[in-house]
Design a protein around this ligand. Structure first.
Ligand SMILES: Cc1cc2nc3c(=O)[nH]c(=O)nc-3n(C[C@H](O)[C@H](O)[C@H](O)COP(=O)(O)OP(=O)(O)OC[C@H]3O[C@@H](n4cnc5c(N)ncnc54)[C@H](O)[C@@H]3O)c2cc1C
Length: 422
């Protein structure tokens, strides 16, 4: 049910959202739910950023902070190799080096636990906020993962995730799972090869076709009277007592009561002048889709290779890599091949040479692994981004909580750890 703004605190009536990805469009939809008129701008179009070719997992049970102790154990050599699942170019610029130094400082067990505890409350809202969108008319579905398997060559490799699941549980996040051997895993999922010797079956998680979902969300925002301006770059945002002026790359300007910056990996560009100092670094990932003899009945994860697979219709999307480079750099075909080669011995009946939809996109990564959601130094300019690996899972929950903040002027407790000015 839509909540009208309270007459005591009327809140803004016209809001501009910059960025038509999962986070920006979810925020627009939940603002409309509260009676706000929205205009969404994207310099390219709907789902033009990270929100298209990602793995589409709605996995609050696995939505953990990216800086974690095992990232450090990869070591510099692995990180520099083009076929390593985590890649840093040898010519890293000073900004990237600063990001990595801070990221490494946060990759300790105690900081990970603190960040994990901060994510638990918003993770708890993830699936219900998707249900609110679908029940409220977004014409797309979320799919229950009938099977969701993390698969390994050996039981020894599996120990890392088992330990992490213990830590996740210790932080207060519920996640049911069972431990399987290779044959049991193949019984659940015949598309796993004989190279798989151990697995974990995760319960209660879902997945989506992310491109389709975000387009349906855009259609719903339009159908409720919102305006979507595609191909419109926002060049500047200026705050004045009477409102916020949004300036376009072609010299146009328009005034709104408030603006939401949901520009993914590009968040820093406009948010910095409003006091948001946290660096948002592109953690680029790649994906493609392949035909399968037997399309899996749910996502398949190969944690040791950092490869994520998702059934999309009659094909399997295969995604992976964490490449710390500029978001504008062209797609590097070597990374696509590296993902295909690491998946090849693990999947049965996958035609990894019949690839389509080769794609690269940028996870918006922060050094502490937490998103930036809330008011900036200006009470009229809001940030919504920096979700790293989990902007799909947490996009609708972010939109719901941020719309409440913008309209009521009160920050819900779940957002306290994500203060963009931290
Ligand atoms: C390989 C891969 C797999 C992933 N798998 C998952 C997963 O399974 N589950 C999950 O939860 N997350 C996953 N993610 C992460 C997820 O994709 C991102 O966190 C999420 O899409 C970020 O959404 P966003 O709306 O913040 O940013 P984006 O989708 O990047 O949207 C930002 C938009 O802002 C626009 N923009 C930028 N600057 C301007 C400007 N100045 N003016 C106008 N427009 C502008 C861009 O064009 C873009 O469309 C994955 C990511 C990758 C790369």
């Amino acid at each position: 049910m839509a909540h009208p703004p309270s007459p005591v605190n009327p809140g803004p009536s016209r809001v501009a959202v910059v960025g038509a990805g999962m986070v920006g469009l979810s925020t627009a939809w939940f603002l409309q739910e509260r009676g706000v008129s929205v205009t969404v701008h994207d310099r390219r179009g709907v789902a033009a950023g990270a929100s298209w070719g990602n793995a589409g997992w709605l996995t609050p049970g696995l939505a953990t902070p990216l800086p974690e102790p095992s990232v450090l154990t990869y070591g510099v050599r692995a990180v520099l190799s083009p076929s390593s699942p985590v890649y840093v170019p040898p010519s890293a610029n000073p900004n990237l080096l600063r990001f990595l130094a801070k990221f490494a400082r946060n990759s300790t067990a105690s900081r990970w636990l603190r960040a994990m505890r901060a994510l638990v409350p918003i993770n708890g809202l993830s699936l219900s906020s998707f249900d609110t969108l679908v029940d409220g008319g977004v014409a797309a579905e979320t799919l229950e993962a009938k099977s969701f398997l993390a698969a390994y060559r050996t039981a020894a490799e599996r120990r890392v995730l088992l330990e992490e699941l213990e830590q996740i549980r210790a932080a207060g996040q519920t996640m049911e799972f069972e431990v399987l051997d290779g044959d049991e895993a193949r019984e659940v999922e015949p598309s796993l090869s004989d190279g798989i010797g151990a697995a974990i079956r995760l319960h209660g998680q879902r997945y989506i076709d992310p491109g389709r979902f975000v387009h349906a969300l855009a259609d719903a925002v339009r159908a409720r009277g919102g305006e979507l301006r595609e191909g419109v770059e926002i060049a500047d945002v200026r705050d004045a007592a009477a409102g916020v002026t949004v300036l376009t790359g072609t010299g146009g300007s328009e005034q709104y009561d408030a603006v939401v910056l949901a520009t993914g990996t590009w968040l820093g560009r406009h948010a910095r002048k409003f006091g948001v100092r946290s660096v948002v670094q592109a953690g680029r990932g790649y994906s493609f889709s392949v035909p399968m003899e037997h399309v899996p009945s749910g996502p398949v994860y190969f944690p040791a290779q950092r490869v994520a697979c998702t059934p999309l219709g009659d094909r399997l999307r295969v995604a992976g890599m964490m490449e710390f480079r500029k978001p504008e750099a062209p797609l590097d075909a070597r990374r696509i091949r590296a993902i295909a080669e690491s998946a090849r011995p693990l999947l049965r009946g996958a035609d990894l040479d019949a690839r389509q939809d080769e794609w690269v996109g940028s996870r918006p990564c922060t050094t502490d692994g937490l998103p930036l959601i809330g008011a900036t130094r200006s009470p009229r300019v809001f940030a919504a981004g920096g979700h790293g690996m989990w902007g799909v899972t947490l996009g609708p929950a972010t939109g719901q909580l941020l719309a409440e903040t913008i309209v009521t002027g009160e920050r819900p407790p779940q957002l306290a750890p994500f203060d963009p000015l931290r």
